[in-house]
Design a protein around this ligand. Structure first.
Ligand code: UT7
Length: 340
């Protein structure tokens, strides 16, 4: 977990953008599909409704629209981007990458590297870090980092333990390099534990067990989750990740203006805030309206806080995520608004 090398340039988030499908699926709607009810879903997860993508709203489309929104917010053009990383666990197709499809849709330059990162709900934090490191050591001035997910395409709509929790959407961040010291990404931590892969996984649909009529009928291509175990691990690992990054950067939790956690369950946010001894009012949440959007959840929550003017120049912000893999990550950044 190295501290950032001060001899290298800083990398900060210049602007954000989002896209969420119009179509809402409420808890009431779900109660007509599976044996569940609004009271259970709300009290156990904090979710009231989620967005569901249509057939023409795939991760590459939603990601491109979120990116276009971010470019507009930054007054930049597609040709200003030197690098694209898309975090997704629901790629349009197994190959080519969603990033390459998005590159074409957005009209990015044809000579830039574009690739996907598969780290599930931690994907945005992983992509941010990889983008940051590539920019600092390489010849890239600006990168697009996108989390885009269509979970509705991999859910078992007959499994009430999972289908009520997830939703679709995309968020994009533009990373930019600056010679200004001590701004943007200040510290990070990434981790994985493949021995617990089966806690959130799908069993078929890849090369190990290709799709057959039987795997489809058994919904083996769909997301399966041991929610109780994941819940306990998420609370512990997210709290520890925050503490470790703060220690690494010599920052106390009181100094952090906003914690932007992966939005999986409101009770997880409450527990992590409790562990860190931080007021829940410093944990913005969009769970009630969007559910768990995996890699899109952090940029969606961050963009909302930014758009509403909650985030100010100089604010310390801690992003923290946990998800399938298992994977986790935390990134501390100092918000930077360059002088116009
Ligand atoms: O994004 C990646 C990370 N993901 C997460 O962090 C998710 C972590 N896990 C969770 O958020 C929670 O564990 C859940 C929301 C998934 C479940 O909450 P829980 O308090 O752990 O409930 P549970 O799984 O222990 O289920 C309690 C009861 C069970 O009934 P019995 O066995 O007590 O009779 C379930 O069958 O609730 C039942 N149940 C439901 N009832 C109504 C499960 N799903 C539903 C449902 N509606 N949708």
């Amino acid at each position: 977990m190295p501290l950032m090398n001060p001899a290298l340039p800083s990398v900060f988030i210049r602007a954000l953008g989002v896209y969420t499908p119009e179509k809402k699926l409420t808890n009431e709607d779900l109660s007509k599909m599976v044996d569940t009810n609004d009271e259970w879903i709300k009290s156990r997860s904090g979710i009231s409704e989620r967005r569901i993508a249509g057939p023409h709203e795939n991760p590459s489309d939603m990601g491109a629209w979120a990116a276009a929104n971010a470019l507009k917010n930054a007054a930049l053009k597609p040709e200003d981007i030197d690098l694209l990383i898309v975090a997704t666990m629901t790629p349009d197709v197994p190959f080519p990458s969603t990033a390459c499809l998005l590159q074409a849709k957005l009209g990015l330059r044809r000579d830039i590297p574009c690739f996907d990162i598969s780290a599930a709900c931690s994907g945005f934090v992983f992509a941010l870090q990889v983008g940051h490191d590539m920019m600092r050591s390489g010849n890239y001035q600006r990168a697009l980092i996108i989390g885009s997910e269509k979970l509705s395409g991999v859910l078992n709509w007959e499994d009430r333990t999972t289908c009520v929790l997830f939703g679709d959407g995309a968020g994009a961040a533009i990373l930019e390099k600056t010679s200004e010291p001590n701004v943007g990404i200040l510290g990070n931590l990434l981790g994985s534990d493949g021995t617990n892969a089966e806690l959130i996984h799908s069993v078929a649909g890849g090369s190990a067990k290709p799709t057959t009529p039987e795997t489809l009928q058994n919904r083996e291509h769909c997301l399966r989750m041991n929610g109780k175990e994941v819940f306990k691990l998420a609370v512990r690992v997210m709290s520890e990740s925050c503490e470790r990054v703060l220690k690494q950067c010599g920052v106390s939790s009181d100094q952090v203006a906003w914690f932007i956690p992966h939005q999986a369950n409101y009770r997880i946010l409450e527990a992590v805030a409790g562990q860190l001894n931080v007021g829940l009012d410093r944990f913005p949440s969009n769970l009630d309206r969007f559910g768990n959007t995996s890699a899109a959840s952090i940029p969606l929550a961050l963009e909302e806080a930014w758009r509403k003017g909650k985030i100010k120049h100089g604010d310390l912000i801690l992003l923290v995520a946990f998800g399938s893999g298992l994977t986790w990550g935390a990134t501390l950044l100092r918000w930077h608004e360059p002088k116009k």
